[in-house]
Write a protein that binds this ligand. Structure first.
Ligand SMILES: [Zn+2]
Length: 340
């Protein structure tokens, strides 16, 4: 853990050096102050190759060689090896301020400071295990239905099998007084955070799956609020506001009819897709044609922006590497019999 650094008058931190390490990936844990948004402005490896050369407007960079998302207050940036990038040889990184309201680079400085810690990972596990907690509101078809919750978990595991990842359900809690409708946007996450306010304290390295009411993505620059099938506030979860996966319980157009009865297969596929986002995987192809930076993915992939589509199945080896690089994924060891 290094000393905190300041964002200077140009909105940029100094260059920070991550030393070489023995391993497959590294997670950068960056913390600033509430209300501060920032992004990676520069990423250069030990051979002088530049992977990120500037901050770009938007929720994540599209032109950079290593894609990461905008951070608000605090975030985990998980950087696996692959596609030419080898973090184990060491690299330098610099962060820059972003305007939370417009997702554009801020060229003026301020007082905020940034703390950076890095966590190298020596080996990618052959198979990984991720712990989940279900937070269930009264708007969800899963409330008081342990059998159905288990069935959902099984089907999520069917979707994750190819990626070598298994999820376990380690706690379930009810969410009292969850509102019937929640609106949010990339950096407008207060309503999502409020859903979890009355939940028991978060568990260590456990992803909260919040089964809420109707969920509407409300982009202030683009049309009316749109109902979504699932939402993960930041690609690369694990730190920062509303760091969880949110699933709808109500259809936005049918409040009076109570919890929607989503077909479990489709619902499980969306949940697996959202877990992909939480662990750092982007859409294989965005609706505007932007592709991810992985050379082995295409439209026929569970990270298709519409995971309910029939052909949206499966994970590629690069996606698997990204999933298993997240520090919350633990090795899934085979069971070794205890000695007598
Ligand atoms: Zn998605």
């Amino acid at each position: 853990m290094a000393e905190p650094v300041a964002f200077g008058a140009d909105g940029l931190t100094p260059f920070l050096s991550i030393p070489p390490f023995a391993g497959a990936s590294v997670a950068l844990w960056a913390r600033s102050e509430p209300g501060t948004c920032f992004a990676i402005d520069s990423l250069e490896d030990s051979e002088g190759r530049v992977w990120v050369s500037k901050r770009e407007a938007g929720p994540y960079c599209t032109d950079c060689g290593v894609r990461t998302s905008i951070a608000q207050e605090e975030a985990l940036f998980v950087l696996p090896s692959g596609e030419g990038f080898a973090p184990r040889d060491g690299f330098t990184v610099r962060f820059g301020l972003m305007a939370c309201e417009t997702l554009t680079p801020l060229k003026t400085g301020g007082a905020p400071r940034l703390h950076l810690a890095w966590l190298p990972r020596a080996h990618l596990p052959e198979r990984g295990r991720l712990s989940l907690r279900f937070l269930v509101s009264r708007h969800s078809m899963l409330l008081g239905q342990p059998e159905r919750q288990r069935e959902l978990l099984e089907r999520v595991n069917d979707e994750l099998e190819e990626a070598g990842l298994e999820v376990t359900l380690d706690a379930v809690a009810e969410l009292p007084d969850a509102s019937a409708e929640t609106r949010f946007w990339t950096t407008e996450l207060d309503e999502l955070s409020a859903l979890r306010e009355r939940a028991p304290p978060a568990l260590d390295a456990t992803v909260d799956i919040v089964f809420a009411g109707c969920l509407r993505h409300d982009d202030p620059f683009f049309g009316p609020p749109v109902p979504v099938d699932g939402f993960t506030p930041r690609v690369g979860g694990g730190a920062g506001p509303a760091s969880a996966v949110f699933m709808p319980g109500l259809r936005c157009d049918a409040f009076s009819r109570g919890p929607a009865q989503w077909p479990l297969d489709a619902y499980a596929r969306v949940l697996a897709h959202e877990l992909g986002h939480f662990l750092g995987v982007y859409h294989s192809v965005e609706t505007d044609g932007t592709t991810d930076l992985l050379s082995d993915t295409g439209e026929q992939n569970i990270m298709n922006p519409n995971p309910s589509r029939a052909g949206a199945r499966g994970w590629s080896p690069s996606q698997r590497r990204q999933l298993l690089s997240h520090p919350w994924v633990r090795p899934a060891h085979a069971l070794i019999p205890a000695p007598d």
